[in-house]
Design a protein around this ligand. Structure first.
Ligand SMILES: [Fe+2]
Ligand SMILES: [Fe+2]
Length: 238
């Protein structure tokens, strides 16, 4: 076994206590090899081996291909850079894709891509296949002036959206009964606990609260709420 394979196999638990707040600068995480040549990952959270709950940044080198695989617990993808392809289509940067439990595909990237990927984080009964292109989907008015929302998916109290903040927009203090997860995509996102630049991944536990606002250039964030502690599909016992 190579050193890299040793390193990969050692990372089976990372940030897996969902009651703990986590703030990660994605760019500081090391790239680890996946089972497929040319496909590397930065782990954000993980509870299990290759079959288990995980959140990660995945990078396909130009021409890289991941073998055909089924999604036992569902797969959620936000394309951050480049173009991801599989036998069903191509998904440029800004695409949001949900491959539900029981689906399968053979992904590849002709010119390379970077993805935000969540595995085994689907609620029971969530069978929707979703493919949304941020470039053409509609923005809806948010709860306060300056806020725009692009709903991505909702099921059983778990909702996922992109939220766009005009410069200096302030949101009211609010509680996250089911937790909140954020990936900052652009601009500067701020709350009373810190300032978060693009590439920052936040996980605020259940019943946490904050009063967020956007910096002088605004912000674009991916947000998921309601999933921490929810009744999610469980991977088979190892
Ligand atoms: Fe997949
Ligand atoms: Fe929040």
């Amino acid at each position: 076994m190579t050193d890299e394979a040793d390193c990969r196999s050692a990372v089976t638990r990372l940030n897996d206590d969902l009651d703990q707040r986590v703030v990660s600068n994605v760019a500081q995480a090391i790239w680890l090899p996946s089972p497929a040549p040319g496909v590397d990952r930065r782990m954000l959270d993980r509870n299990g081996g290759e079959i288990g709950r995980s959140t990660s940044i995945v990078r396909f080198a130009a021409g890289a291909k991941f073998g055909q695989h089924a999604h036992g617990g569902g797969e959620e993808i936000l394309v951050l850079e480049g173009v991801l392809s599989d036998e069903y289509g191509s998904y440029p940067a800004g695409s949001y894709v949900r491959n539900p439990p029981g689906s399968a595909h053979t992904p590849f990237s002709r010119d390379g891509c970077v993805l935000f990927v969540k595995l085994w984080q689907f609620a029971y009964g969530d069978h929707a296949t979703v493919c949304i292109d941020r470039r053409t989907a509609q923005w809806l008015p948010g709860l306060v002036p300056g806020l725009s929302v692009m709903p991505l998916h909702e099921h059983a109290g778990i909702s996922t959206a992109l939220v766009r903040w005009a410069p200096q927009t302030r949101f009211s203090q609010h509680v996250h009964p089911g937790g909140e997860e954020i990936l900052v995509l652009d601009g500067l996102f701020v709350d009373e606990d810190g300032e978060y630049c693009p590439g920052t991944w936040l996980r605020n536990p259940r019943w946490s609260r904050h009063t967020p606002f956007a910096g002088p250039e605004g912000a674009l964030i991916y947000v998921k709420v309601g999933h921490l502690g929810a009744d999610l599909l469980q991977p088979p016992a190892a």
